[in-house]
Design a protein around this ligand. Sequence first.
Ligand code: SF4
Length: 485
Amino acid sequence: MLQRTLTGLPKITLQKPQHECGIFGVYFPGEDVSRLTFYGLYALQHRGQESVGIAVSKNAKIKAHKKMGFVREFFDQDITRLKGDIAVGHTRYSNTGGSSLINAQPAIYGNIAIAENGNLVNPEALRRKLAKFGYHPSYDKNGKCSSDGELIAQAIHSQKGDGIVEKIKNAAARDLKGAYSLTILADNALIGVKDPLGFWPLCLGKLNNKGYALASESCALDVIGAKYLRELEPGEVLTIDKNGTRSHFLPNTPKRQSARCSFDINYFLRPDSLLATGARAYEVREKLGQVLARKNRLDADVVIEIPNSGQFGAIGYAQASGIPLKVGFIKNSYIGRTFISPDQRIRQLGVKLKLNPIPRVIAGKKIILVDDSIVRGTSSRQITEQLFKIGAKEVHWRSTFPQVTNPCFFGIDIGTNDELISASKTPRQVAKELGATSVVFNTLEDFLEAVGLNPKTACTGCITGVYPINLPHRERNKFALEVAE
Ligand code: SF4
């Protein structure tokens, strides 16, 4: 993707799809809950790098601190100031609302603090409804808050009901349409919530028989020494307080249907995180690589991973095909998501800065490149060109995820139809567009079988165009709430 920057220089974005958040929560009276949350968020950094925040509660009084940037921006004194018995934390990628401190979470309204992962599909209508009851977005020098988190906190706060669980249930039934996992501080309790279809992960862990933690992924539980207990169920509202844990369910939870995000499993989960099936994400990705190799036999000299997204797929592919796996690129891990290229002539530098190919592994070889997905195709095209330039004989792309043909409305920044390379192309046409010898994607059926899901338990909207939630509108604009009244 080539855009103009404010300085007029072209800006190259080497983009993988972005997620929008990692959430965490801990109930552990008498312990340093803000520090535990800090370490938990560190392990969830891959889910969002734009802002970080922690809220703690002591005797139902909430205190919070938020910063722009990585989790490491939190200093020791920031953590030390946050004393409490319960905490929730958040790392953000802005899927709804701009990247500014006012949109950083946890969002706080009254005596409720919320860390949210996901996307509402009705935010404008909900804001208009809440405005009628006197709920308006908060403001700071950056403008008005436009994240879903505050909206959800206000929607819960506005409900009539006996206690926080009733209010959450009522808000979910009346107001919250979309995909969300939440960690909430309210009423001296830590509460975990999954939307009725359970799009996003949220798991429960136990600390030393006294405390509990909730996290987007089990890797965050591992880091703080919590024992993984289980994944929350779709529609579950789990309260954790002095009486222990108790499960409730949202009234609009369907009986035999859920919509776990397929893409999250394929790409976003840290490889060492657990799925609800008990498998680790890396095991599933290896299997996806094996399926690709078995179903599409091809003679080649070498299998190469696209670091690091294709790592385990490539391992699986090499295992099943018997073709040697080699390191074909050196990755510069210190590069952010975007950077500026001074002119068109050196656009290729962009890819090279991030991934520098090793000529000896590539020259004169038939190469199989394995990646988790080919979504926009921007960097795949540039990589293909580079490899042929340094003497590759053939370049075959293999994607563990099926063709992405439609946008996501539930929390992953995949892009619009115009940006998706597969929106209207066959794999053969995608290969032509990339300048590659061939491109093969796993089929939807093979993918679901390998990850342990089926069409009744997975969201496959971006693959099939059939979404598990009725969408009020299909225009995707993450800044919609910044203009809505
Ligand atoms: S549309 Fe795709 S990316 Fe979005 S939730 Fe569904 S499977 Fe995940």
